[in-house]
Design a binder for this molecule. Structure first.
Ligand SMILES: Nc1ncnc2c1ncn2[C@@H]1O[C@H](COP(=O)(O)OP(=O)(O)OP(=O)(O)O)[C@@H](O)[C@H]1O
Ligand SMILES: Nc1ncnc2c1ncn2[C@@H]1O[C@H](COP(=O)(O)OP(=O)(O)OP(=O)(O)O)[C@@H](O)[C@H]1O
Ligand SMILES: [Mg+2]
Ligand SMILES: [Mg+2]
Lengths: 246, 246
């Protein structure tokens, strides 16, 4: 029975895709049958995991998982239809629950399923939040990113009230942490005070290896696992998997 | 007669808002009557320029410009209604041209108008691209950001064909440039080869001052104008203004 994890934050460029592909790589390394569903029309996760097949549709056109280079890891790529799905889902009466239905049959075939979300809280992200069991929020330790966090959490509460969402906040993951940034420690302190064990102990540092890996079409595990970014994502994956056992 | 500039890129976190508020600050410093229209529901530009007034609507509810702390600079804040506008604009027959009509009466009162866009190419961004005379594309010198550039340029072409868009590409502005990143020089070289004088000569470096300024509710001009980030945005503003005169 899979754990389904949405990785979402409407703030752009906070490390959603980087978090999905690298947590997934280490989960597969740990022996978990791992799937990544790319639900962002930008298709960045697909391009790293090697799934962009021209002409293929996305999960919303019943696309099936495609095995990645790394064993134990599969991807359902973004597909050309994903951009149009926003309007289709908006018009359809049960448009918010489509992904939940599409993910259901995949739960038996995998141990963990990650869903990469676009930088907004529109239909594709709403579908992911209603399909998932857990929410991981990558948070850049900077001012604008912090500003948007309460909005995202409020939206999840609305989905719990209105749409019987069962998603729990698995954790806030501090990303691109740079000790030279005055806000970095302030943000970390605030997050640990407010969220306690719902904030990952692992903190992802700003590390050039994490930005370079995707340009080689690789996860950090394949590109430079012993980099500071690699070690941090391994540690975050360990925390995530440990949490499954509880 | 104002120059209307859309600052857009569907890739998240590439420096759209940072570019809008800082170019605007230096344009006002140069004596231009400058307006920022915040068309991103996140409202990051509004929170820096001091315009977030609870209960006030956005440009789409006829909200009027509010003077900022810096003289010569005004802002039309994001407003609570902006998020709902996406659906409203999608349903309305001439929904793509609403912002063009709302901006028209403002052109006589300002010399330059910047429009901050959200990280997508949905209705709010489409409206901005159809309301503007010029497009500035902030581009992070990293792999995912480069991947999305051709998609953005293709979309602008579609708007030219389908919706008689008159927007020209004023320039690609390299942001968060970090010489320690292997891709930085590669991206710069590629951009200069393909875009020649449609790429700003000025390059914005990764500079902690640019990330710290918004947390003090300030533009870089008020926070640390002699920082590397401040000097780079001054230089980019000079290039932009010089281009107006041609
Ligand atoms: N810890 C890190 N250190 C350095 N660079 C990073 C780190 N995490 C991500 N990056 C780089 O920063 C950029 C933004 O990251 P990413 O694209 O994963 O964010 P995102 O939240 O998925 O963006 P979007 O909102 O567009 O979907 C990318 O170029 C990525 O390679
Ligand atoms: N040159 C720079 N050096 C260092 N930090 C920067 C620089 N430019 C922007 N930042 C910081 O990087 C983050 C992303 O920038 P910004 O929010 O302006 O991007 P954006 O494209 O507007 O994001 P979104 O897609 O969410 O609208 C912010 O925290 C900002 O303060
Ligand atoms: Mg992403
Ligand atoms: Mg922005």
């Amino acid at each position: 029975m899979a754990h389904v994890i949405a990785v979402s934050n409407q703030k752009g460029g906070v490390g959603k895709t980087t978090t999905v592909v690298n947590l997934a790589a280490f989960c597969a390394l740990a022996g978990l049958k791992t799937l990544v569903i790319d639900s962002d029309p930008q298709g960045n996760a697909s391009s790293v995991l090697g799934g962009t097949v021209t002409g293929q549709g996305s999960i919303y056109s019943q696309a099936q998982p495609v095995p990645c280079v790394q064993s134990g890891l599969s991807v359902v790529p973004a597909g050309a239809d994903l951009l149009d799905q926003e309007a289709v889902l908006l018009r359809s009466p049960h448009g918010r629950f489509i992904l939940r239905q599409l993910v259901a049959p995949l739960r038996d075939a995998f141990d963990v399923i990650f869903i990469d979300c676009p930088p907004n809280l529109a239909q594709l992200s709403t579908n992911a939040l209603l399909a998932a069991d857990h929410l991981v929020i990558p948070l850049q330790s900077e001012y604008f990113a912090l500003e948007g966090l309460s909005h995202l959490l409020a939206y999840v509460e609305i989905l719990r009230d209105e749409a019987e969402a069962t998603i729990d906040l698995r954790g806030i993951l501090l990303t691109m942490f740079d000790p030279g940034y005055p806000l970095a420690y302030q943000v970390e302190q605030e997050i640990r005070q407010h969220f306690a064990e719902r904030a990952f102990r692992s903190v992802i540092p700003r590390d050039v290896a994490l930005a370079a890996a995707p340009s080689h079409g690789k996860t950090i595990l394949d590109y430079d696992p012993l980099s500071r970014g690699g070690i941090a994502y391994l540690s975050a994956a360990q925390e995530l998997i440990h949490g499954f056992k509880r």
